[in-house]
Design a protein around this ligand. Structure first.
Ligand SMILES: Cc1cc2nc3c(=O)[nH]c(=O)nc-3n(C[C@H](O)[C@H](O)[C@H](O)COP(=O)(O)OP(=O)(O)OC[C@H]3O[C@@H](n4cnc5c(N)ncnc54)[C@H](O)[C@@H]3O)c2cc1C
Length: 246
C-alpha cells in the first residue's frame, strides 16, 4: 500500500526523496499499484523528462521512463527485441510500463529481460545528479538491490545481430522456454535463456558461437518446475539456441 506520494520536478529532488527510508521510485505503476502487504512511499518519476530514446554512435540510449510501447514503436529498436517486447505484456500494460520498472520486477519468464541480457544491456544508476554508475544488466540481476538509487538510463549496442525464439502454450502466452542470441562482428556470442526461475539466465558469453547448443542444454539441465520438466526445457533450449543461430 502507498502511504506518501511525491512528484518531484528535478532529478536532485527525486534522489533526495529516495534517500528516505522505505521510499521507492514509481515508474509506470503497473506493479506498484497491485495489492502489496508492505507499505511504501513512492517518488513518481513522470515529471523528470526521462522519456527519450537516442541513437548515440553504435548504441541505443533509452531513458528509464521510456515505456515498452515507445521502444516497440521506435525505428531504432531491433526486430528481435520488438518480438520479445510484444510477448512481454499486452498493449495496455506496454503503454504504461517503463523499461526500468520492467527490468526491476522481471522474473525468469520475462522475454524483454531475456533479450536485454543477451544484448549485454548497460544500466546507468544515479546516487546523486552528477554521480552515475554503469552496471551490466547481468550484474544488476544478480544483486537485485538499488536502495536509494535510481535507474536513469539503459543502453544497448546496435552494431550486433539479435535473434529471439520462444516456445509457449499459445503464441501470445509467456514462454515455457525462450532464447535470445546476440552476435558481435568480432564473433562474440551471448546466449540468454528465459522461461524459468527468478531471472533470465546467461547460458553463454563466448568469443564464437561454437558449443551454443551444449551451453543451452547445460544451463537448463535442472530447470524443472510444475510447468515443464528439466529434460524438456533443456531439449527445447538447445533447439531454440540452434534456431537463433540459423
Ligand atoms: C494486467 C497486468 C499484467 C501483468 N503481467 C505481468 C506478467 O505476466 N509478468 C510480469 O513480470 N509482470 C507483469 N505485470 C507487472 C508489470 O507489468 C511489470 O512489472 C511492469 O513492467 C513494471 O513496470 P512499471 O514501470 O509499471 O513499474 P512500477 O510499477 O512503477 O515499478 C516496479 C518496480 O520498479 C521500481 N522502479 C521503477 N522505475 C525505477 C527506476 N527508474 N529506477 C529504479 N527502480 C525503479 C519500482 O520502485 C518498483 O519496485 C503485470 C501488470 C499488469 C497491470
Amino acid at each position: 500500500m502507498i502511504t506518501d506520494y511525491f512528484r518531484p520536478q528535478t532529478l536532485e529532488d527525486a534522489l533526495r526523496l529516495l534517500a528516505q527510508p522505505n521510499t521507492i521510485p514509481l515508474g509506470g505503476g503497473t506493479w506498484i499499484n497491485q495489492p502489496h502487504a508492505e507499505t511504501v512511499n513512492v517518488v513518481d518519476l513522470q515529471n523528470l523528462g526521462l522519456t527519450h530514446i537516442h541513437k548515440h554512435g553504435n548504441n541505443l540510449e533509452m531513458d528509464a521512463c521510456v515505456t515498452l510501447q515507445q521502444l516497440l514503436d521506435s525505428p531504432h529498436c531491433p526486430d528481435a527485441l520488438k518480438q520479445a517486447i510484444r510477448l512481454e505484456s499486452p498493449l495496455n500494460v506496454r503503454n504504461a510500463a517503463t523499461l526500468a520498472g520492467t527490468l526491476v520486477t522481471c522474473g525468469g519468464r520475462s522475454t524483454f529481460a531475456t533479450a536485454m541480457l543477451a544484448l549485454d544491456a548497460k544500466i546507468s544508476v544515479n546516487t546523486d545528479p552528477k554521480n552515475v554508475e554503469t552496471i551490466s544488466l547481468g550484474e544488476y540481476l544478480s544483486l537485485r538491490s538499488l536502495p536509494g538509487k535510481l535507474i536513469t538510463k539503459i543502453s544497448i549496442p546496435l552494431n550486433v545481430t539479435l535473434h529471439f525464439e520462444s516456445v509457449a502454450k499459445t503464441p501470445a502466452d509467456t514462454p515455457i522456454v525462450c532464447a535470445a542470441a546476440c552476435r558481435w562482428a568480432s564473433g562474440r556470442t551471448r546466449l540468454a535463456l528465459g522461461g524459468y526461475g527468478q531471472a533470465p539466465t546467461l547460458a553463454m558469453d563466448g568469443t564464437e558461437a561454437d558449443g551454443i547448443e551444449t551451453a543451452a542444454r547445460s544451463a537448463y539441465h535442472e530447470a524443472g518446475d510444475d510447468i515443464a520438466s528439466a529434460e524438456y526445457r533443456a531439449d527445447v533450449a538447445a533447439t531454440l539456441a540452434k534456431r537463433c543461430l540459423a
